[in-house]
Design a binder for this molecule. Structure first.
Ligand SMILES: Cc1cc2nc3c(=O)[nH]c(=O)nc-3n(C[C@H](O)[C@H](O)[C@H](O)COP(=O)(O)OP(=O)(O)OC[C@H]3O[C@@H](n4cnc5c(N)ncnc54)[C@H](O)[C@@H]3O)c2cc1C
Ligand SMILES: *[C@@H]1O[C@H](CO)[C@@H](O)[C@H](O)[C@H]1NC(C)=O
Ligand SMILES: *[C@@H]1O[C@H](CO)[C@@H](O)[C@H](O)[C@H]1NC(C)=O
Ligand SMILES: *[C@@H]1O[C@H](CO)[C@@H](O)[C@H](O)[C@H]1NC(C)=O
Length: 528
């Protein structure tokens, strides 16, 4: 062969070889690219997280921390990462503090200038009673005092603690809706605050914890909230109460006023107002109402601070007081928690305690689950959760309802007698006071115990009505009063479950399950 031919063949061969190498290489690349893309969509479908939590308030942040501690990958989406400013969640009961400690988050109440509250000071018609949380003879295994503080400071601390864990991804964004397929919630559609564009996130389990104004709840349950009254609140600055260690509850007319030290030099003042007659803030009616109708009813030792806040032009906030019984969603792959799930009248300052108790129970129940994608298993967990939370939730929900109804002033003689009876019972000392304070402080989550105290209050009130001697009219009022107590309890029995609340055979069992699930304390001698 002559040289040109050799060259030609060599070049042809080289060309074919190069082409083949290129071709196969490309093919491989394409394949691996395809695989990568498949994996990517798979990852998006499965989500990079095990759990999505909507809302990083008290409940969402605590849950994120608890589940991440157990090794789950948690994606938290919170609308606003700035420190919230509001008049809710400012008092943490002893029971709530204990639960925070059980979650390993007790230090979140430190360094925020939180104030120690050792009990309640109650005022009615010039009389006063001081009611301490029981210190002696209780089985509560934690320091029995409450804390008051700026809610936003606690929330920021909880968020920090959660996002300090490497497996928590905390993102600022607003969740618009839930992604649902055949009755199973697969994830959320949300808008990142900085990116300002809608994106999706997927996870086997979504927790909706978006608070009392929840939008997402509506697509999951049809339970409706009830607005009872409104609370107006403001802060008196540079002020110190004469007794800063008590939460001051004034049984004024038409409704209560509350004052407590919220930081070392600020006092929170709150007045409850009937829903149908909220004075306008814009034209100053509210200030006039507080100064002219409420201030004169405030005990003299507290009045100056109450008025100082108004005169200083402290910014006022009005919030509705709501209640809503807990309803489980039919949808799978989703848990509703916190105020979005269950609310009670805020007079007893227990919302945070309930949500922390719920977080402890959920952590306990979800821990053994290897794969949260098994919807049957998760549904079972949710059912158990709803049962186990009853001792705490039923006690607190009923107590909130009972107090809020009883403490409203009225022209009805029976209702007035009940209001007086409640004051007398609370201030009578001994087991009545300590029993009710233990219930209020979340130190004794036993519905049956609460029911006995409610009857105690009812009979004290009836005793009042019938003395010095029973007339037919007084007997009639007493009967009405008794019936209204039965009605109120009957309502709660219906929504919370009579079995869990009332039956002496089963309540100790529920109590034990509750104590075991929250790891609070196992206490076998169940006494009421
Ligand atoms: C007047 C009043 C006083 C109260 N006082 C007390 C008290 O003293 N002690 C007590 O224990 N409890 C009190 N409570 C109740 C307590 O505040 C609540 O129970 C508690 O804050 C509930 O926590 P949460 O996590 O469910 O909701 P929140 O703490 O309200 O958190 C909800 C979070 O979700 C975020 N969010 C909402 N929608 C979206 C969305 N679409 N996408 C992303 N994020 C979203 C919000 O920004 C917020 O951060 C009070 C309530 C009221 C009304
Ligand atoms: C606590 O119990 C003891 C004995 O049971 C009793 O003597 C004491 O008075 C109790 N204290 C209170 C505050 O009830
Ligand atoms: C969403 O916002 C966070 C800030 O909270 C930012 O760090 C992140 O990159 C954003 N994500 C996307 C997908 O844009
Ligand atoms: C889900 O869990 C149940 C038992 O709890 C089990 O029988 C079932 O096989 C599981 N399903 C899947 C898909 O793993």
């Amino acid at each position: 062969m002559d040289l040109p031919h050799v060259w030609l063949w060599t070049m042809l061969l080289a060309f074919v070889l190069t082409w083949m190498i290129f071709h196969f290489n490309n093919q491989r690349k394409k394949k691996s690219m395809l695989k990568l893309a498949e994996a990517a969509t798979e990852e998006i479908r499965e989500g990079v997280a095990d759990i999505i939590i909507v809302g990083a308030g008290v409940g969402g942040s605590a849950l994120a921390y608890a589940l991440a501690k157990d090794g789950r990958r948690v994606h938290v989406i919170e609308r606003d990462m700035r420190e919230p400013e509001r008049i809710m969640g400012e008092v943490m009961q002893p029971g709530g503090r204990f639960m925070l400690a059980k979650l390993g988050l007790q230090d979140c109440l430190e360094g925020i200038d939180a104030q120690k509250l050792t009990g309640l000071a109650v005022y009615k018609d010039g009389k006063e009673g001081v009611l301490p949380f029981p210190v002696e003879n209780n089985t509560f295994p934690y320091e029995p005092s409450a804390r008051s503080f700026h809610n936003g400071r606690l929330v920021q601390r909880l968020r920090q603690r959660a996002s300090s864990l490497p497996n928590v991804h905390m993102e600022e964004g607003t969740v618009k809706s839930l992604i649902e397929e055949k009755g199973v919630i697969k994830g959320v559609i949300y808008k990142n605050t900085t990116a300002c564009q809608e994106t999706t996130a997927f996870a086997p389990l979504t927790v909706v914890c978006d608070g009392c104004y929840s939008n997402l709840r509506r697509s999951l349950v049809d339970s409706s909230e009830e607005v009872h009254t409104y609370m107006v609140g403001y802060i008196a600055r540079n002020s110190q109460l004469y007794d800063p260690k008590s939460l001051h509850l004034i049984l004024s007319r038409p409704m209560v006023c509350i004052m407590y030290q919220i930081s070392s030099d600020e006092v929170r003042c709150i007045a409850e107002i009937p829903a149908d007659s909220v004075p306008s803030m814009a034209n100053g009616e509210m200030s006039t109402f507080l100064k002219e109708s409420m201030a004169p009813q405030i005990p003299i030792q507290l009045r100056e601070i109450f008025i100082k806040g108004i005169n200083d032009g402290a910014s006022m906030k009005v919030v509705p007081t709501k209640s809503m019984s807990a309803t489980l969603s039919e949808k799978k792959g989703v848990i509703v928690l916190g105020d979005a799930f269950n609310m009670r009248h805020p007079l007893i300052a227990s919302g945070m305690m309930v949500v922390l108790s719920d977080v402890l129970i959920l952590r306990h129940l979800l821990k053994p689950l290897e794969n949260l994608a098994n919807v049957t298993q998760v549904s079972q967990v949710i059912k158990n959760f709803n049962d186990i939370r009853k001792p705490m939730s039923a006690t607190v929900n009923t107590l909130g309802d009972a107090f809020s109804q009883v403490l409203v002033a009225s022209k009805d003689e029976a209702k007035e007698a009940m209001r007086q009876g409640c004051y007398d019972y609370l201030c009578s000392g001994g087991f009545r006071t300590s029993g009710l304070m233990a219930l209020l402080g979340g130190m004794n989550p036993r519905p049956l115990s609460l029911i006995l105290h409610i009857f105690g209050i009812t009979f004290t009130s009836i005793g009042h009505l019938l003395s010095p001697f029973p007339t037919p009219l007084r007997i009639w009022h007493s009967l009405r009063l008794f019936v209204s107590t039965i009605k109120m309890l009957g309502h709660h029995m219906k929504v919370e479950g009579a079995r869990q609340m009332l039956y002496p055979e089963s309540t100790p069992m529920y109590h034990r399950r509750y104590m075991a699930a929250t790891a609070l304390q196992l206490n076998d001698d169940v006494s009421y």
